[in-house]
Design a protein around this ligand. Structure first.
Ligand code: 7TS
Length: 410
């Protein structure tokens, strides 16, 4: 399929978008926080609960077999979605946050010792920062950061060599920044780390549903993302890790399903993925996520990416024309979001007034508080796009920002 998708027809797959908010047509530009769900995903969830609901992996009856088959088919689909070599390397989590916590607590407890360094970047989301700070505290390791150059939201790669010391054991970094829209050169960074024997984790929360992802091409050791940001349900995410690493790690939580045998004193554990999936999992989540991955790949993530970038580029260009506006993130090659501040107007006021006009934005530190501090701001306003957004919606957004400026006498 080389022709351009019919974006307006696709938009009709999302029932939620067809509504008014405060009397104005909803313009949903908070996709970096969570995406909306197409009918195909909603129907997959309903179908599962209406026909197949049973616990997985333990029943010998028909419904349990069906539920298990759907659940495991979703795992295989997730492997294909990111070109993982094996479905056994796919662990179902609650989301990106849980995936990173799982790696920090299992890999970190096994491999980190006093004096070791976990290298992050200054643009990490709190969920790729706090779990490492916590494990550093417990193991005596230390967290270090690859700096961001400034408002352009780029990594200062000139510092990399001096930061990649022999003490660095883990490089964990974000693929696409949720507050800046930066697309980081993860392949090159993982290759540099790998040469030095450093384990790598890539936070794909903002990338997995927006561009084609190939974990083998990226060359990382772990990759994490959330279902709810890629048209899937909330409460389900994916952690991919290399099989040899996963099977060498201690379990994350103990309980049913993750054991081979249990005695009163000790237990033996299964291999990945069951090793990391104690208890009854979220079953409908993977099934909904399966439908979401099918839906996105039927469109083509290469096309989604182009559409995202076009909308963000257009919005960035229009916003640049406003006098006194401060724009964050790279001028070129940005992902599908724009982060900005109007002169002397708090980001929360922008978001509240935009909401009155039906435009859903996000204002705040975007869970990148240290980066905001570094840039000398408390918060920014952010518009984040997805394939169901249109140029006409960007025009509404720009018009509304213009009205807000007038309201503040600008
Ligand atoms: N990493 C990045 C880069 C993110 O953008 C987010 C969520 C997370 C991790 C955490 O994902 P979760 O699904 O486990 O919560 N980002 C945002 C955001 O930008 N606005 O709300 C949530």
């Amino acid at each position: 399929m080389s022709s351009s998708p019919d974006w307006l027809a696709l938009r009709k797959d999302f029932p939620i978008l067809d509504q008014k908010v405060h009397g104005r047509p909803l313009v949903y530009l908070d996709n970096a926080a969570t995406s909306q769900k197409p009918r195909a995903v909603i129907e997959a969830l309903v179908r599962y609960y209406e026909r197949d609901n049973a616990n997985v992996h333990r029943g010998l009856h028909e419904l349990s077999n069906r539920a298990t088959n759907h659940f495991e088919a979703a795992r295989a689909r997730a492997a294909k979605f990111i070109n993982a070599p094996s479905a056994d390397e796919i662990i179902f989590t609650r989301g990106t946050t849980e995936g990173i916590n799982l790696v920090a607590q299992t890999w970190g407890m096994k491999h980190l010792k006093p004096g070791d360094v976990i290298l992050l970047t200054e643009m990490e989301h709190h969920s790729n920062m706090v779990p490492w700070q916590m494990i550093a505290e417990r193991t005596g390791a230390r967290v270090a950061y690859l700096p961001v150059t400034g408002d352009d939201g780029l990594l200062d790669l000139s510092q990399l060599d001096s930061l990649l010391t022999p003490q660095v054991k883990m490089l964990a970094l974000v693929h696409i920044s949720n507050s800046m829209g930066t697309v980081n050169p993860v392949e090159a960074l993982c290759a540099r780390a790998r040469k030095k024997g450093i384990t790598t984790l890539v936070d794909g929360a903002q990338s997995a549903g927006h561009l084609p992802v190939d974990v083998q091409a990226i060359g990382c050791d772990f990759f994490v993302f959330s279902g709810h940001k890629i048209c899937g349900p909330t409460g389900i995410g994916i952690l991919w890790g290399r099989q040899e690493i996963l099977n060498s790690l201690p379990p994350y939580q103990g309980g049913g399903e993750m054991i081979l045998t249990v005695g009163y004193d000790r237990a033996e554990f299964k291999q990945s993925p069951q090793r990391f999936e104690a208890g009854t999992p979220d079953i409908s989540g993977p099934i909904g996520l399966h439908a979401a991955m099918d839906y996105l790949d039927a469109i083509g993530r290469d096309k989604i990416w182009k559409h995202d970038q076009e909308l963000a580029g257009y919005a960035y260009e229009k916003l640049s024309a406003f006098k006194g506006i401060r724009l964050f993130g790279p001028k070129q090659d940005r992902a599908g979001l724009v982060s900005f501040l109007l002169q002397d107007v708090h980001a929360h006021d922008v978001v509240t007034l935009a909401d009155r006009a039906g435009v859903a934005l996000r204002g705040g530190h975007h869970c990148t508080q240290p980066l905001m501090h570094k840039l000398g701001v408390e918060s920014t306003a952010r518009a984040s796009f997805y394939f169901y957004n249109t140029r006409a919606e960007v025009d509404v957004f720009i018009e509304v920002i213009g009205e807000i400026r007038k309201f503040f006498g600008q």
